[in-house]
Ligand binder design. Structure first.
Ligand code: GAL
Length: 857
């Protein structure tokens, strides 16, 4: 009986426990996570969190890539995926919303959630982001009385409607953390603090209005405003820069959040290729967490592609690769990705102590300092930094000596052992190649010659094709006319030349002198192509003087004026115009002929655009003419070819080096603008990048004199196995027969480690007991390949970089044998710098290193 009673008592208590558990469970599933913050960090369900976040913009890749991008970020030690919301992609015309394909925001967020990651939603909805018109729909500019980003009723009401639309969508899909979803923070506006002074009182009011409007949305998670120097207490103000360790939030109760750490930079057509060295990115992140940082976001972690006409500008390239840890094509960029992964692991080992410990900051020298965090359990973690941008420095810390390379931070999760130093990259360098693959024709009938592509072409008529859209006196603004429905606007005027003009006799052609606000133009006289002129990323305006052939009687002067992405940031940016402002002719008997106020005819867009000939359903258009020998170096021509998908599943780039300027589509999907415009050979490029010292976008440029962009990403998911329709519109002339696909592949891997490199791979316990020879080198080949040969291996004092390593004065002759033994025919291998593998007694006075270059196939 007693037993029974006890039994029923325990049944009762289990029942109560179960009930309590069910209540907790239903509370977390219905109420979700409680996201708050204090001065130290975000607090999720009562726990302080140190968070590493990564920007991946959903429309800059395709849904088929999202799972692997998110997974690669997660493997890289990322906790949070951050994205802007792209208003002009979602509301193409007033009140018409679009969330399909690359704009399926809900799907993107649900994938993040499924991967177990958090998300930050930067709604903006003004976002800059090198995105067309900064993300705001162009139509909004043409609603009379609208001024962006100030207390303009029209602007505020549209901004509020869109923000509310997005918030409601998120709520409906239960995507806020407060509902159990992944979104832990939302952002309103973007870096408005820089521009607010230009808008005077209206700007101040607008900033406060934006914050209040956001907070009143009741998302249940905090709102942030980045670079907003007067942000109200109801939101958290955050920092954007290459370094944010010295940033302090306005209010003492707010955590230190870094919304944009730029691990590289964007490119503009005609400029060079910027790179930020991994050592410096890691340094900036380590310094941030050393100095009390709570959440850091890489802008961008995957930059991706500005497909179609989405790139902002002017002149932002179609590639938005950004030198980011995941490259445009979705491959981990090594060593950057791996070095940051190691950094994240090291920082996470310190998380509890740095978020909950007591901080002591001590100086270790004029430019050296240690931050020590000790928590209540006695756990101690430390960051020791050498801010000297020239020299390494030996410092003494807690009675031990540490050598700190210049401009570096060492991380000591136990205040004793260094597991990571920002300047010592142990991660492999991958050798990535673009392997050319000829365009292969799709064989639809056995008679067809399979070795040559069957081309179809359609030629545009230079000048006003068909009927002019309108005729008026004077020159109009390009953007006000096209409203960005196309890049192209024809300007055309007639000039009468009388028989007694002297230049008809002397042969001294008159000079055409023109000024344009931008962005680029092709000039035609009487249907004949004369010249192409364009502005640049630093100044979109241009002017030109060019002699032109005029005949007696009527002459037609036509400009194909072009925009190359609309302005995406700056005060009153929506008013920046484009197109011609003055046109003159010099060399007439009467002197200068001013054509500015002539009667001009205008035509918006190209005939091919009007016919939608790049779209799949318009493919059978009668305008196309078949040829096996497509014209070369011809202006204003559309090309079409039916091609097979390149072999395998490597990411694909379209090689447009043989072409001039234009746009491309595959199966009706917009690949984007192409323009192999070269940067100047005289620009400042570096062969070796010195990571030491403050980084600026132009510090470590490469590619001087090369085309800024040669390859254009064509997502694999856009291809069918065969019968793919490639359409190219070429403006100024190229050779389409030389267009090819390239497969992007990792074909090799290099590694370089020194005896004194720290290793995360050994646990702290192992480190204490093991000898000092613990550094190791790891090589990994992509799936489906293995290490097929070792090109170089030297343990000793090798020099050089991946692709050009050389033996030094000190070299262990058994290096190659040991490396081969460990690595050959394997997908991945790790070589430890230890006596079993190498002669560790070699040249005892030098620090020895192992350098390896392996081939993956
Ligand atoms: C920031 C801006 C971002 C992006 C970045 C440069 O100022 O907030 O949207 O434009 O610069 O890539």
């Amino acid at each position: 009986m007693r037993k029974m009673m006890m039994g029923s008592a325990s049944t009762l208590s289990s029942f109560i426990v179960l009930l309590a558990l069910m209540m907790v469970f239903s509370a977390t599933t219905t109420l979700g996570w409680n996201v708050t913050y204090d001065h130290r960090s975000l607090i999720i369900d009562g726990q302080r969190k140190l968070l590493i976040s990564a920007s991946i913009h959903y429309p800059r890749s395709v849904p088929a890539m999202w799972p692997s991008l998110i997974e690669t970020a997660k493997r890289g030690g990322i906790d949070v995926i951050e994205t802007y919301v792209f208003w002009n992609g979602h509301e193409p015309s007033p009140g018409n919303y679009y969330f399909g394909g690359r704009f399926d925001l809900v799907k993107f967020l649900k994938l993040i959630q499924a991967a177990g990651l958090y998300s930050i939603l930067r709604i903006g909805p003004v976002v800059a982001a090198e995105w067309n018109f900064g993300g705001v729909p162009v139509w909004l500019h043409y609603i009379p009385g609208t001024i962006f980003r100030t207390n303009s009723t029209n602007f505020e009401s549209h901004m509020e409607s869109f923000t509310t639309y997005i918030v409601n969508l998120m709520k409906r899909e239960k995507l806020f953390a407060s509902q159990g979803g992944p979104i832990i923070l939302s952002q309103i506006e973007n870096e408005y603090g820089y521009y607010e002074p230009s808008y005077g009182e209206g700007g101040k009011k607008y900033a406060m209005w934006a914050a209040n409007m956001a907070v009143s949305q009741n998302t249940g998670v905090p709102w942030i405003m980045c670079q907003q120097f007067d942000a109200p207490d109801t939101v958290i103000n955050t920092c954007n820069s290459f370094y944010c360790d010295q940033f302090t939030p306005i209010y003492k109760d707010k955590p230190k959040i870094w919304t944009e750490n730029w691990p590289g930079w964007f490119k503009t057509f005609g400029s060079r290729d910027p790179h930020r060295p991994p050592e410096d990115v890691a340094y900036s992140v380590a310094r941030f967490f050393q100095n009390g940082g709570a959440l850091q976001n890489y802008y961008m972690y995957h930059g991706g592609t500005n497909f179609g006409r989405t790139s902002g500008g002017p002149f932002i390239t179609t590639s938005y690769d950004y030198d980011a840890p995941i490259d445009e094509y979705g491959l981990a960029r090594q060593p950057k990705w791996g070095h940051l992964k190691d950094l994240h692991e090291a920082i996470k080992l310190c998380e509890h102590a740095i978020l909950n410990g007591v901080l002591t900051n001590i100086s270790l020298g004029p430019l050296q300092e240690a931050h020590i965090y000790e928590d209540e359990t006695g756990k101690c973690s430390a960051f020791i930094a050498n801010m000297d941008d020239q020299s390494e420095k030996a410092v003494s810390f807690r009675n031990l000596s540490y050598v700190l390379p210049a401009w570096s931070v060492s991380i000591l999760p136990d205040c004793r052992n260094v597991v990571f130093n920002t300047a010592k990259v142990t991660s492999q360098t991958s050798i990535v190649e673009m392997i050319p693959t000829k365009l292969m024709p799709t064989v639809s009938s056995p008679e067809r010659n399979i070795s040559s592509i069957q081309w179809e072409v359609f030629e545009e008529t230079p000048g006003i094709w068909g009927k002019a859209d309108f005729v008026t006196k004077g020159l109009v603004d390009h953007i006000n006319t096209t409203k960005d429905s196309t890049d192209y606007l024809w300007y055309s005027t007639s000039v009468f030349v009388s028989r007694d003009e002297e230049f008809l006799q002397t042969g001294n052609q008159p000079i055409l002198i023109a000024d344009s606000k931008g962005h680029a133009t092709h000039v035609f006289v009487n249907g004949q192509y004369i010249v192409s002129v364009s502005g640049s990323g630093s100044d979109s305006k241009f002017k030109f003087e060019k002699s032109i052939p005029l005949k007696a009687g009527e002459n037609e002067i036509s400009f194909l004026s072009m925009t190359v992405g609309l302005q995406n940031a700056g005060p009153f940016y929506e008013w920046v115009g484009a197109g011609f402002t003055s046109v003159k002719l010099e060399g007439f008997n009467s002197g200068i002929l001013d054509l500015t106020s002539n009667v001009w005819k205008y035509k918006i867009g190209l005939e091919g655009e009007h016919l939608n000939i790049f779209k799949e359903d318009a493919m059978q258009n009668m305008k196309w003419k078949s040829t096996t020998n497509p014209p070369k170096n011809q202006t204003l021509i559309w090309y079409k070819a039916i091609v097979d998908a390149p072999y395998g599943d490597d990411p694909v780039g379209l090689d447009m080096i043989s072409m001039g300027k234009g746009q491309a589509w595959l199966n009706g999907e917009p690949i984007g603008r192409y323009w192999p415009r070269t940067s100047s050979i005289n620009d400042n490029c570096v062969s070796v990048c010195d990571y030491r010292g403050k980084f600026l976008p132009d510090k470590c440029d490469t590619g001087c004199g090369d085309p800024t962009q040669r390859w254009y990403h064509v997502p694999r998911s856009w291809f069918r196995p065969s019968g793919n329709v490639l359409v190219i519109f070429e403006e100024k002339g190229g050779d389409p027969t030389k267009i090819s696909f390239s497969r992007r592949r990792v074909t090799g891997a290099c590694g370089f480690v020194s005896e004194d490199y720290p290793s995360l791979k050994n646990t702290l316990k192992e480190q204490k007991s093991s000898s000092s020879n613990r550094a190791s080198l790891q090589l990994i080949c992509p799936d489906g390949t293995h290490i097929s040969s070792i090109k170089f291996a030297s343990f000793g004092t090798p020099t050089g970089k991946c692709g050009s390593y050389r033996q030094g004065a000190c070299h262990d002759p058994l290096s190659m044998t040991s490396v081969k033994q460990a690595c050959l025919h394997k997908k991945e291998c790790r070589v430890v710098l230890s006596t079993g593998n190498f002669d560790m007694n070699l040249c005892p006075s030098s620090v020895k290193s192992l350098a390896v270059e392996a081939v993956c196939s």
